[in-house]
Design a protein around this ligand. Structure first.
Ligand code: RAT
Ligand code: ZN
Length: 426
């Protein structure tokens, strides 16, 4: 975290000064990125980076089919390099790359010092071929001014297991989040067998105290192994709580007690409709508006539990802010996935600050490819800065006084302080 310098108690007098102070504070503040899909180097192939990964990001895969005649079958038969070439040709050469996901690639290449006007894919490939992943992590963290990233760690993924078992996840800038999607959303199909295979005496419908105890034991083991910042799950828009299904029983008997006992918040990412178009594979998920009554109930009935929440539907965002005003055990975070577009980030950030002041975590990157930290944070920082200028200006206009260090304090809270306090508080 940045320590405000002692000369920053000067009062801000003009709009130009305000803009400069906010811009400096936002750009010099290092960020804790609370939700990514990045991995530290020991996870090996799970850590994605480089131009071909950037171009085959699933957000771009969804876009390429709209502009290319390639069939799903043809596309999935291609190698990654061929897919990247098709996406480059279709979305960057034959059309202008102005969607947010395309623009992100252009910003990233530019920030890395590559010549975007050359449009020379081979040059970009050569740049990545000449660097090591360790060196590139430093380049990216420095360029994005990110100090920590929280990974998404699936205890059911055999590719992650050896690293967790080794006890060494390498680079400490990468922290863990214990992802619960398989346990919660696929208990009967996948998790049950897996747990049995590991010697946990669970029952197929998870409806006995013995089964709950075993799932708690599984969670405890993984909390000790990963030391996660939080446990997390993505949920469909029609998620219900309370509920006498596996989900409701796992919440009440396993996750919520463990979350309290270990002081590990539970992150809910609500509103994803998985596989709306299965032909698109990972790019095939959609969004839907949730009924937030369930979230209110969860927050009200579990006041000693801490919840981090982000929602995927634009229509839910205002209601979520109102819920935030009612429950201090809720920390709203990020503009998730289809919300992570400039116009929506701007709208949501303004709405959150108007309703909740500075008590939110305005953004996370959701980066899947290391390089994306650069553009996702560059784009979001600018929008957050613009909203802050407007809000601070409105109180300066009526005679409120502000100092540089006060603005630095606020920015520090938005980009890391609020998260730390939420994790560490009671
Ligand atoms: O934003 C994404 O990349 C999505 O595919 C999801 O991973 C989503 O963020 C999630 O965490 O489920
Ligand atoms: Zn994600």
């Amino acid at each position: 975290m940045n320590v405000p310098d002692t000369n920053s108690n000067t009062e801000i007098k003009t709009t130009d000064q305000l803009k400069t102070v906010i811009s400096d504070a936002i750009h010099s503040q290092n960020i804790t990125d609370i939700h990514t899909h990045l991995f530290s180097p020991p996870f090996d192939e799970l850590l994605l980076w480089g131009i071909d990964e950037l171009l085959t990001y699933h957000y771009l895969i969804a876009e390429v089919f709209r502009k290319s005649d390639v069939s799903y079958q043809q596309f999935w038969r291609m190698t990654k390099a061929q897919q990247a070439e098709l996406i480059w040709q279709t979305l960057f050469i034959e059309n202008s790359p102005i969607s947010e996901a395309c623009r992100g690639v252009v910003t990233t290449l530019d920030e890395l010092g590559l010549d975007v006007s050359s449009r020379n894919l081979q040059d970009y490939r050569d740049y990545f071929a000449d660097t090591t992943v360790e060196a590139f992590i430093d380049t990216v963290f420095e360029s994005a001014n990110v100090s920590k990233v929280v990974m998404t760690n699936d205890p059911f993924d055999p590719a992650e297991a050896p690293v967790w078992e080794s006890g060494d996840t390498g680079d400490t800038r990468f922290e863990a989040a214990l992802r619960m999607d398989v346990l919660i959303n696929s208990y009967e199909d996948t998790a049950y067998e897996h747990l049995r295979g590991l010697g946990y005496e669970v029952d197929p419908t998870l409806s006995s105290e013995k089964g709950y105890k075993e799932v708690r034991r599984f969670l405890e083991t993984w909390i000790q192994r990963m030391n996660p910042k939080y446990m997390a799950v993505s949920l469909p828009p029609d998620f219900q709580y309370p509920d006498d299904s596996v989900l409701g029983r796992i919440f009440d008997n396993c996750i919520l007690p463990i979350s309290r006992e270990f002081n590990v918040p539970f992150a809910l990412m609500i509103g994803v409709k998985r596989a709306v178009n299965p032909q698109l594979k990972m790019a095939g998920d959609g969004t839907g508006k949730a009924d937030l009554t369930s979230l209110e109930t969860l927050l009200r009935e579990n006041p000693d539990n801490k919840f981090l929440v982000t929602l995927l539907s634009r229509e839910n965002q205002h209601e979520l802010c109102v819920i935030g005003r009612k429950f201090k055990n809720l920390m709203i975070f990020g503009c998730w996935w289809f919300m992570n577009n400039p116009s929506v980030i701007e709208e949501i950030t303004r709405e959150r600050i108007e309703l909740l002041g500075l008590s939110v975590i305005p953004q996370h990157s959701d980066a899947r490819i290391l390089d994306q930290l650069i553009y996702k944070w560059k784009h979001s920082r600018q929008i957050i800065a613009d909203v802050l200028v407007e809000k601070y200006q409105s109180i300066l206009d009526v005679g409120w006084t502000l100092t540089t260090s006060e603005i630095e304090r606020d920015v520090n809270n938005l980009f890391g302080g609020n998260f730390e306090r939420f994790l560490n508080g009671n």
